[in-house]
Design a protein around this ligand. Structure first.
Ligand code: AHG
Length: 332
C-alpha cells in the first residue's frame, strides 16, 4: 500500500526545493488548507444549518444568518490574518484591499487574492462550488502596509495559485509554478492527502463548457466556434461554477468559454480572483488560457480589483483551434 502524503507534509517537502525559502509561502499554503477545511465543514452541512439563503435574514435566535460565501470570506481572512504570513488580501466579496497589521513585528512578503466561494448560486441546490486563490510577492516596501499595486500585478507574476472544489469529495489543487498537484480531503482523518500527482491536461478533449443560453448574444466568431464544437459531437457540460467546469477539463480535456455578451461587454468573470489563478493552474498543467480577443490571460494588465475579462481556457489544441476561428471569422 502506498504511504499517505498529507498536504502539510508535501508542502514542507517542496519547500526544500527552494534553497532560500523562508517558510512564509509554505505557511500561507497551510493556512489556506486550514481555511478550506473549515469552509468544507460548513458547505457539507449547508442543508442542515440555517446558513442558506440571503445574508440579511435572521435565524430563530435573532442572529443574522450569514450567507455561506460571506462565511467563507470571513474564515479565509481569519486564517490568513492570524498567522502573520500575509500582508493583506483582496477578496471578490470586498470592495477594497484589506491590509493586515503585522504579527510579532514580522514583515510579510506576500499578499493573497481569492474568490471565497465561486459559483455560489449552486449552494442552495447542493451543486459543487469552489474557492479560488492566488498568491503574489508584494512589490510595496515590506516595512509598511501592502498597497493596491501588490494585488494588480499581472497573473504571470503569481508565485502560487490554486482552488478547492467542494464536490462529491473535497479536493485542493495548487501549483507554485512547478507542476500541479491535487489533494483529496480524507474526512476520517481531517487531512488533505496527495491524490493527483503532476496533473497534466490532455492536449484535446471531448468537452466544451459554455453558457449556451447566451448563444445569440455572443459575437459571430464565438457562435461559429460553438457550432463547430457541436458539429464534432463534443459533450456540452456547464455547471455554472467555473472551478467545477475547469476541474473537469483539467482532468478530462476540453475547453471552457466565457465570452463577452451584450450584458457583459468585457466578459463576466473577474480577472484578479478567477481568471488569473485558474489560468496559472491550467498553464502549469500544460494548457492555455486566452481572452476571446486572443490575449494571454496571464499577460493582462489589471486596472482595478474587480476588472472583468473574457476567457477561453483548457486543452492547448482546443484553445488554439478557437483562436483560429476568431482570426477567421471576427469582423475586426
Ligand atoms: P457566482 O459566484 O456569482 O455564482 O458566479 C459564478 C461565476 C462562474 O463561476 C461561472 O462560471 C459563471 O459565473 C456563471 O455565470 P452565468 O450564470 O452567467 O453562466
Amino acid at each position: 500500500m502506498n504511504r499517505i502524503v498529507t498536504l502539510d507534509e508535501f508542502i514542507l517537502r517542496r519547500q526544500k526545493d527552494f534553497p532560500f525559502a523562508s517558510g512564509e509561502l509554505t505557511g500561507l499554503l497551510r493556512d489556506i488548507g486550514v481555511a478550506a477545511k473549515i469552509v468544507n465543514r460548513e458547505v457539507n452541512k449547508a442543508g442542515l444549518l440555517p446558513i442558506l439563503g440571503r445574508a440579511d435574514r435572521e435565524n430563530a435566535t435573532g442572529d443574522e444568518v450569514q450567507k455561506l460565501d460571506l462565511y467563507a470570506n470571513e474564515k479565509l481572512i481569519d486564517c490568513l490574518k492570524n498567522s502573520g504570513e500575509c500582508a493583506g488580501v483582496a477578496s471578490e466579496e470586498a470592495e477594497d484591499i484589506i491590509p493586515f497589521p503585522s504579527v510579532d513585528g514580522k514583515a510579510s512578503k506576500y499578499v493573497v487574492v481569492f474568490d471565497p466561494l465561486d459559483g455560489s448560486s449552486n449552494i442552495d441546490v447542493n451543486v459543487s462550488v469552489g474557492t479560488i486563490f492566488g498568491i503574489y510577492r508584494r512589490i510595496s516596501a515590506a516595512d509598511g502596509p501592502c498597497q493596491i499595486g501588490d494585488f494588480l500585478q499581472k497573473g504571470s507574476e503569481l508565485v502560487a495559485a490554486g482552488y478547492v472544489l467542494y464536490g462529491t469529495s473535497t479536493l485542493l489543487v495548487y501549483s507554485t509554478g512547478r507542476g500541479v498537484n491535487g489533494f483529496t480531503l480524507d474526512p476520517t482523518i481531517g487531512e488533505f492527502c496527495l491524490s493527483h500527482r503532476d496533473i497534466s491536461i490532455p492536449a484535446t478533449g471531448n468537452y466544451y463548457s459554455v453558457n449556451q443560453g447566451y448563444y445569440l448574444k455572443f459575437d459571430v466568431e464565438m457562435r461559429r466556434y460553438i457550432d463547430h464544437c457541436s458539429d464534432l459531437n463534443l459533450r456540452l457540460r456547464y455547471i455554472g461554477s467555473m472551478v467545477s467546469d475547469i476541474h473537469r477539463i483539467l482532468f478530462q480535456g476540453g475547453i471552457f468559454l466565457y465570452p463577452n455578451t451584450r450584458k457583459y461587454a468585457l466578459g463576466k468573470l473577474r480577472l484578479v480572483y478567477e481568471c488569473n489563478p485558474l489560468s496559472f493552474i491550467v498553464e502549469q498543467a500544460g494548457g492555455k488560457a486566452i481572452t476571446c480577443q486572443l490575449e494571454r490571460i496571464l499577460d493582462l494588465e489589471a486596472d482595478h480589483l474587480h476588472q472583468r475579462a473574457t476567457i477561453a481556457i483548457g486543452s492547448p489544441d482546443m484553445v488554439e483551434e478557437m483562436r483560429e476561428f476568431v482570426l477567421r471569422y471576427s469582423p475586426r
